[in-house]
Each structure stands twice: as C-alpha cells, then as structure tokens.
Design a binder for this molecule. Structure first.
Ligand code: NAP
Ligand code: G4F
Length: 344
C-alpha cells in the first residue's frame, strides 16, 4: 500500500484527488490548517478515511513533520491562496503560500524522503498575457497577477529541484477546472448559484465583472486523474492539462440560465451591458466594475496533446455536462436551504 500526502486536501481538487487515491488503495494523509471552528471542507464525507496532519505551507517545520508522519511515496502540493482577485489584496500572503510554500514542501521532501514523487499545482494563469494560442508546455510565460507571479516561482523551483537534486518533481499546468465543489467566489459557481436563486425567486439579479474574458473550463474530477498519471511515469516532466475549448463568461451565463429554462438577451455595451430574461423582460444580469481586475487574462486555451500522448490522459466530462452538473447541484442545495429557512 502506497502512502500519499495531499496539501490542500479540504479544497476542490484535494477532495476529488483524495477520493481517487482511496479508490486506488492508497493510505491518504492530508494537511489541514488549524481553524477556530473545525471544518473538513470538501472532504467532510470521507474524513474518517483520511489521516489529517495539522500543518501550514508557510511553516517548513510543520511540513517536515508531515513528511515524517506520512512517509509519503507521493506528495501532491495543491495548497494555495487560489483566488486570483484576492492576490492583489494579499500579495505577500499569496507569495508566502504559493511561492515559498513550494520550496518549503520541496525542502521537507529532500530532508525526509527524497525518493518521494512530487506534484506541483501549476496553472494556466502563468501564461497571462498569452504569447501564443493555444498555449502549450513551450509557450513563454507572462503572468498578470500576484497569484500568477507567485505560481511561476513555484513552477520554476519545482523544475530547479528536479534538475539540481534529481527529485522526481512534476508540474501540471492546469487550465481552469470547476465542479459542484468549486468555491462560490469563482465565476462559474457564482453564476450557477445565482442562476438557481434567480429562478427560485430568492435573488433579484447577478452582478459580474468582465464578461468578455475567455476560459478553457474542464471538470476537476478529470483533472485529478492527470495529476496521478504524472507521478506514475518513468521520468518526471511537466504537462498542460486542458480541454482545447474556450468560452466567454457571457456564454457560461447564457448556458447556465438555459438549464433552468431562462433565455437571456443582452442589451447595451461595456459597464452598461445588461442581461434580460426574454420571457419576463426583467433585468437579471448587471455589470459591477468592482469585479474588474487591475490586470486581466483575456483568453486561455490549452493544448493537452502531450498529456494525451504520453500519459494517455483524456477529458471525460464535456463542457455542457459540467455546467449541467453544477446547476443541478446548486438547485438541490438552494432548494434545501429554502425549505430549512421556511421551517425556522
Ligand atoms: P481551493 O479549492 O481554493 O483549495 C485550496 C486549498 O489550499 C484548501 O484546502 C486550503 O485550505 C489550502 N490552503 C490555503 N492556504 C494554505 C496554507 N497556508 N497552508 C495549508 N493549506 C492551505 O483550490 P483548488 O481549486 O482545489 O486548486 C488546487 C490547486 O490547484 C491550487 O494550488 C490552485 O492554485 C491550483 N490550480 C487550480 C486551478 C483551478 O481551476 N481549480 C487551475 C490551476 C491550478 P483551507 O481549507 O484551510 O482554506
Ligand atoms: O473564476 P475566476 O475567478 O478564475 P480565474 O481568475 O481564471 O482563476 C482560476 O483559474 C486559474 C487557472 O487559469 C487558477 F490558477 C486559479 O487558482 C483559479 O482557479 O475568473 C475567471 C474569469 C476572469 O477573467 C474574471 O475577471 O471571470 C472573470 N469574471 C467576470 N466577472 C469574474 C467575475 N470572476 C469572478 N471571480 N467574479 C466575477 O464576478
């Protein structure tokens, strides 16, 4: 039985990866931050099967301790301040966790168990102001946020430890991936949650920032399979994981509303653009400039050919199904929430 250590286990990807590794018979360890109210986040349903270790990415001693306890054969570094918008408000914390935190984890591995295989959660945000379309492993980086800059450090330090110390260290350059477990601050889940609330009459309208922004959206469940595959190869390497399809935020809004039987019609331009419910004539989408970013990543479109060819990885959940699943899940959650609030 192999031991795996997952940082960021309470997050979206951490939860799907934990499920995958448990299915494969791994002994799963996960690091958790101390909180005033104990919260297992997205792994609450499988918490009894996971060995939790209190640690923090900014505290190398705690990571060394996590390596000693877990004796991990595979380490998946998913922990991060992962919300791009927050990285302008907390640039130092973002760098501490997303950049130096990676060195902390690599040093812990080097100190305790240098034979461990290491996965770093790199990101398409590193491509930022894209230098070519589609983006692949060889595309030059140009990050556009403190988050992207910090992640680029994490990416290069992973490569550097591979080349300097011969560690089995890989970076997965993952494009946006979403799910029913996505945090509600991210645009896709913000949209699916609002769409069902508007449909059920408990929210008036949805406020968004830049709807022209294009993203390559996949499902997290597919993407964690790629992480595992990267650590099973003869030699470590870096891979782009993406769907090779891109859509605007506006298209996501339209499709999500379609799933609850609402057709959106657009009127106006720029900050004055609004989305109207075609049947009722009511304004259900507005622009709020507070959601604009100081610098934007306009388009992401990934080419996963290398991962498909070398790893045999394949995306299984198509985009239409991703949106459908998210809307359906939010419909169940919000309906339950309304029922409970009526009982109280
Ligand atoms: P997520 O849901 O926000 O999860 C982030 C996890 O990191 C949480 O478990 C969080 O723990 C933990 N964490 C944050 N700061 C920490 C610290 N100082 N010490 C220890 N743990 C800490 O993110 P995700 O969507 O699953 O993404 C997983 C990883 O992939 C992240 O590194 C993200 O940057 C990267 N990535 C994501 C995408 C995407 O589209 N989802 C694409 C490319 C790369 P708490 O529960 O305590 O907050
Ligand atoms: O959903 P988002 O916040 O995701 P973003 O910034 O693309 O980052 C996600 O994907 C990265 C991979 O490329 C990960 F590394 C990162 O950790 C995270 O998971 O925003 C998507 C787009 C942006 O262009 C944003 O400006 O949607 C635009 N947007 C428009 N209105 C909005 C909103 N984003 C949010 N969060 N909220 C809005 O109201």
């Amino acid at each position: 039985m192999k031991n795996a250590l997952i940082t960021g286990i309470t997050g979206q990807d951490g939860s799907y990866l934990a499920e995958l590794l448990l299915e494969k018979g791994y002994n799963v360890y996960g690091i958790m931050r101390r909180k005033s109210v104990v919260d297992y986040g997205n792994v609450d349903h499988i918490k009894d099967k996971i060995n939790f270790i209190y640690a923090d990415m900014t505290d190398v001693i705690s990571l060394i301790n996590a390596m000693i306890i877990s004796q991990a054969d595979e380490v998946y570094n998913l922990a991060a301040q992962s919300f791009v918008a927050t990285s302008w408000e907390q640039p130092i914390a973002t760098a501490d966790i997303n950049a130096l935190g990676v060195t902390n984890m690599l040093e812990a591995i080097r100190t305790v168990k240098p034979s461990a295989h290491f996965y770093q959660a790199s990101t398409s945000e590193m491509f930022g102001l894209v230098q070519e379309i589609p983006q692949k492993e060889t595309t030059p980086f140009y990050p556009r946020s403190p988050y992207g800059v910090a992640k680029l450090y994490g990416h290069w330090i992973t490569k550097n430890y591979r080349e300097s110390y011969n560690l089995y260290a890989c970076s997965g350059i993952l494009f946006n991936h979403e799910s029913e477990r996505r945090g509600k601050e991210f645009v896709t889940r913000k949209i699916t949650d609002a769409v069902v609330r508007i449909k059920l009459g408990v929210q008036d309208h949805l406020e968004l920032g830049n709807m022209d922004s294009k993203r390559d959206w996949g499902h997290s469940k597919d993407y964690v399979k790629a992480m595992w595959l990267m650590l099973q190869q003869e030699t470590p390497d870096d891979y782009v994981i993406a769907t090779n399809e891109t859509r605007t935020v506006r298209e996501f809004v339209e499709i999500a509303f379609n799933h609850v039987g609402i057709t959106v019609e657009w009127q106006g331009t720029g900050v004055d653009e609004i989305g109207i419910d075609k049947t009722t004539g009511k304004t259900i989408v507005k622009i709020n400039p507070k959601f604009f970013r100081p610098a934007e990543v306009d388009i992401l479109l990934g080419d996963p050919t290398k991962a498909e060819t070398v790893l045999g990885w394949k995306r299984e959940i198509p985009f239409a199904n991703l949106v459908e699943r998210m809307v359906k899940n939010d419909m169940e959650l919000v309906t339950r929430e309304i029922k409970i609030s009526k009982l109280n």
